[in-house]
Design a protein. Structure first.
Length: 144
């Protein structure tokens, strides 16, 4: 199939099965900003401070990869990209909850912050809210 797959339920009305229209564009833009910022943060941390907190810096790099995958997959139409989006956003949610809880209850485990530390406090808690909004959007745009 091509990248212009349509939802059978929407074929009659001519609507495309895409996640990159309307509010989806804003969601993708926010993911793109986080992909860039998390990648820059991880790159800087790994290049300059890796020995001080390797786990935190590896998690920063992992978060960057998750945001990159989410950005790309949310922008692409089709059932396969929907599944990739769902996996990326769920991974992000689990990551922010686990890393957030560990960094809150055992701050020694994360001597340097990651994007997900303290549930994304350093980023205005957007990393905590973003996957919830992403999952709501994906549920609304679920292919049949």
């Amino acid at each position: 199939m091509t990248g212009t797959e349509t939802n059978p339920a929407n074929r009659q009305s001519g609507q495309k099965d895409t996640r990159n229209t309307g509010p989806g564009r804003l969601l993708i833009a926010v993911y793109a900003v986080f992909a860039l910022s998390a990648t820059a943060r991880a790159g800087y941390q790994i290049a300059t401070k890796f020995a001080e907190a390797p786990l935190a810096h590896i998690l920063s790099a992992f978060a960057a990869v998750v945001y990159i995958v989410a950005t790309i997959s949310l922008a692409k139409p089709g059932r396969t990209w929907f599944k990739v989006s769902l996996a990326a956003v769920l991974t992000e949610l689990v990551g922010v909850l686990v890393v957030g809880a560990i960094s809150l209850f055992d701050p020694v485990a994360f001597p340097h912050d990651t994007v997900w530390s303290l549930f994304g406090r350093g980023y205005g808690f957007v990393p905590l809210v973003l996957p919830i909004l992403g999952l709501l959007w994906l549920n609304k745009r679920r292919p049949s």
